[in-house]
Design a protein around this ligand. Structure first.
Ligand code: 6GU
Length: 230
C-alpha cells in the first residue's frame, strides 16, 4: 500500500520511522512518502496561505500549491482515495480504517490555518475519491496529528504488520464493543486479585465472562455504541 502525505510540517511524520509502522515500511508492506507542500510554490517566500475572501479571522490555504501537489502525487495512480483531515468531516472509525486498507493508494492532504480553499476539494475529486475525515468532536491545529492517527489505524491492518492477527480481532471496536479487561502474573498484586474465572481453565466460562465484561464496559463508558448499530 502506498500513502502520500502533503503537509507544510513534514517533520511531524518523522515518528513513522519508529514503532510498528517503521517496521512495516522496512519490510516493504507500506510505502509512505511525505511531501512538503511548499515544494509546489514558486515565490521567494514559498507562500501557501492568503487572506479570506469576504473577510474573517485567520488565513486560508491557497489553491495553486495544492493543485500542483495533488497532480504530482496522483500521477499514474488510478483514482486514489484522497483524505483531507478536517473537524468538519465525517467521523473516522474502525470501519473507515478497514475500508481504507483495501485501497492501493491513499493521499492525505493536511490543512493548516483556518482551512483550505474550497475549490481544492472539487479539483481533487477529479483525481480521486475525496473524503473529509474527522477524528472526533474537538479541534486540532491542523490535519497532521489526525493524519498520523489515521495512518496508524490503517497501517496496522495491513496483513503482516501486526505479528499476531488474532490480536486484531479481539480488540475494542472490532466487534462494536469495548475490549475486555486483561491480566497477567502475578495472580495477586498489592492486594488486588485476578478474577478467579481467568484461573479456572474453563474456556467457555472465560469467554462468557469476557463478553459480559465487554457489555458492562460499553454500557458504562460508551452507551452510544450499543444504540447505533455498526
Ligand atoms: Cl481531522 N482535524 C482537525 N484540525 N481537528 C480535528 C480533526 C481533524 N479531528 C478532530 N479534530
Amino acid at each position: 500500500m502506498r500513502i502520500d502525505v502533503l503537509t507544510i510540517f513534514p517533520s511531524f511524520f518523522d515518528v513513522l520511522e519508529v514503532s510498528l509502522l517503521g517496521k512495516a515500511r522496512g519490510a516493504g508492506l507500506l510505502d509512505v512518502r511525505v511531501h512538503d507542500l511548499r515544494d509546489w510554490t514558486h515565490d521567494r517566500h514559498r507562500t501557501v496561505d492568503d487572506t479570506p475572501y469576504g473577510g474573517g479571522a485567520g488565513m486560508v490555504m491557497k489553491p495553486e500549491p495544492w493543485g500542483e501537489a495533488l497532480d504530482a502525487v496522483t500521477a499514474g495512480s488510478e483514482r486514489p482515495v484522497i483524505v483531507f483531515p478536517s473537524p468538519a468531516g465525517e467521523l473516522f472509525t474502525q470501519r473507515t480504517a478497514r475500508a481504507f486498507v483495501e485501497t492501493d493508494h491513499l493521499v492525505f492532504g493536511c490543512g493548516r490555518y483556518e482551512g483550505i480553499d474550497e475549490r481544492v476539494f472539487a479539483y481533487a475529486a477529479t483525481l480521486g475519491e475525496v473524503r473529509l475525515m474527522s477524528l472526533g468532536d474537538y479541534v486540532l491545529n491542523g490535519g497532521e496529528v489526525a493524519a498520523m492517527a489515521m495512518i496508524e489505524a490503517v497501517g496496522r491492518l495491513i496483513p503482516g504488520v501486526v505479528g499476531n492477527p488474532d490480536s486484531l480481532v479481539e480488540e475494542s471496536h472490532e466487534d462494536g464493543l469495548l475490549e475486555y479487561p486483561s491480566y497477567t502474573k502475578p495472580s495477586a498484586w498489592r492486594g488486588y486479585e485476578v478474577p478467579p474465572v481467568l484461573l479456572s481453565g474453563n474456556h467457555g466460562a472465560i469467554a462468557a465472562w469476557r463478553h459480559e465484561q465487554q457489555l458492562l464496559r460499553t454500557r458504562e463508558r460508551r452507551p452510544d455504541l450499543l444504540v447505533d448499530e455498526e
